[in-house]
Design a protein around this ligand. Structure first.
Ligand code: BES
Ligand code: MN
Ligand code: ZN
Length: 500
């Protein structure tokens, strides 16, 4: 898909479909839209007065232009109530418009920069539109034999119909949104691939592709390396699987004058069967998503490197399967983590916190000054927050606020959970320092608090994306399957951490 800006009046844009956004209960204020309406013999005004519900949030109406103007059709896009508009709504709306245009078999889509007249800044609106287009156009059909008939938009034109827009918006801004959108789609691909393809080794290959393509330092730690670092919590999970574990370490050192080194640690369980504490068969296929944290980290690194952000980031992704076998970890086993804490295994299905324990220890070992981890960690988080909001836990409120602000700005919903010391009682073991399950109560919190033990004094934020990593159905800019959650927040966070 090719995206370009075009300074042109609305009636002259060469396209199959021209998107015009309109708020509920508003009359046409934009003179360019009024001119378009006139050229169409007042069809837009007629629609607005006879069917006012056509501009409710997310509704689309096709107006065929029958050679009255250059665009072959105009897609009237309902922006909903003016006071409810946000950049994330614009992102979703542009995806909705793209999908509607695809349905009427358009191949060239033009869009105005709608909603910028609402005190919304024009550049941010245009960027949200571009991101929405790239995210909304995502389809994962690599495993389908017949995709010849699937509709595709080949060209997108961002119409700058007045000169004030032309002045503010440059190609660099559009390019940035394209990079962000593609990076989210990259993470979605990693998650959507089945586990027989997306093995720990394949994850390492994907990281190596990014390192080469965009210029980052990569090291992939193999079994003997992981063993000599004594990362026995990670190896305990890996020991039941035939697939060799890989610890991916990807570095982007964008500012040598800055002492801050941020670690992005992503859970990379390429398949979670539960191990000896085997999961029920129903729904087990979804556990190919259990490397969604690692995928988000890789997607974010791809963008951060391309945007050459002036920050120092180390991505750490412990990758392994969690499988039952004669060699597998057993409930009751006691293991010793990299930082020498002993852990009693209560449930082998609580494997995420084990690999993250060593991942976080390794981040500190490499000199991280701040840590953020992303993980599809607990079913309890899905019960608490559903598929809409990710759960957050921290040992440092200031660092957490920076992460939450980045999430807010990028339109990813997150909510901080309580971290009171009292919860820690639940993960104390009678025979070891910790146990890996705190039972059903407050499962998302006790899982996070487990990881917190390994962050020690280093400011740390944990994001549980178990519910948000995939979505059951197409909505806005998401399609059923992987969402790529976390990528946009990490990129935004990296941007805000720049000192120059
Ligand atoms: N990967 C799962 C968590 C998960 C559940 C992700 C649903 C996505 C959707 C994790 O490894 C797990 O199995 N957690 C257990 C922990 C329990 C045994 C303490 C859980 O949440 O049930
Ligand atoms: Mn598990
Ligand atoms: Zn898991």
């Amino acid at each position: 898909m090719n995206i370009a800006m075009i300074p042109e009046s609305l009636v002259h844009v060469p396209c199959d479909t021209l998107v015009i956004g309109h708020f509920e209960n508003e009359s046409i204020s934009d003179t360019a839209v009024a001119e378009l309406d006139q050229a169409l013999a007042g069809q837009i005004t007629t629609l607005l007065s006879t069917q006012p519900s056509c501009v409710e949030y997310g509704k689309t109406t096709v107006i065929y232009t029958l050679n009255q103007i250059v665009p072959k059709s105009v897609l009237l896009l309902g922006l909903g109530k003016k006071q409810k508009i946000t950049n994330d709504r614009i992102r979703a709306l542009s995806a909705i418009a793209l999908k509607a245009a695809r349905q009427i078999r358009s191949t060239t889509l033009a869009t105005t920069i709608y909603a910028h007249d609402n005190g919304q800044d024009c550049v941010a609106a245009a960027q949200a539109i571009v991101e929405g287009i790239i995210l909304g156009n995502y389809q994962f059909n690599q495993y389908k034999s017949n995709t010849a008939n699937s509709d595709t938009i080949e060209k997108v034109l961002i119409v700058q119909h007045d000169t004030s827009l032309t002045l503010e918006l440059g190609n660099a801004e559009i390019e940035k949104s394209i990079i962000i959108g593609k990076s989210v789609n990259f993470a979605r691909d990693l998650v959507n691939h089945p586990a027989n393809y997306m093995t720990p080794s394949r994850m390492a290959e994907e990281a190596s592709f990014l390192a080469e393509q965009y210029g980052m330092d990569l090291s992939v730690l193999e079994f003997p390396d992981i063993e000599s670092l004594q990362m026995n919590a990670m190896l305990a999970v890996a020991q039941g699987s035939e697939q060799p574990p890989k610890l991916i370490v990807l570095k982007h050192m964008g500012d040598v004058t800055n002492n801050e080194v941020i670690a992005f640690v992503g859970k990379g369980i390429t398949f979670d069967s539960g191990g000896i504490s085997l999961k029920p068969g129903e729904g087990m296929q979804d556990m190919k998503d259990d490397m969604g944290g690692g995928a988000a980290v890789l997607g974010a690194m791809a963008a951060i490197a391309q945007l050459k952000l002036a920050v120092n980031i180390i991505a750490i992704i412990p990758c392994t399967e969690n499988m039952p076998s004669g060699k597998a970890l057993k409930p009751g086993d006691v293991i010793t983590s990299m930082d020498k804490k002993t852990i009693e295994i209560i449930n082998t299905d609580a494997e995420g916190r084990l690999v993250l324990a060593d991942g976080v220890s390794y981040a500190r070992y490499l000199g991280a000054t701040k840590i953020i981890d992303l993980a599809t960690l607990t079913g309890a988080c899905v019960v608490a927050l559903g598929t809409i909001t990710s759960g957050v836990l921290t040992n440092n409120d200031a660092w957490c606020q920076q992460v939450l602000d980045a999430a807010e700005q990028s339109g990813e919903k997150m909510w901080k959970l309580p971290n009171h010391d009292d919860y820690f009682e639940q993960i104390k073991s009678t025979i070891a320092d910790l146990k890996n399950s705190g039972g059903r109560h407050a499962g998302a919190i006790t899982a996070g608090l487990f990881i917190a033990q390994f962050a020690a004094e280093t400011p740390w934020v944990h994001i549980d994306i178990a519910g948000t990593v995939t979505t059951p159905k197409d909505t806005g800019y998401n399609q059923a399957g992987a969402t790529g959650v976390g990528v946009r927040t990490l990129i935004r966070l990296a941007e805000t951490l720049q000192k120059r």
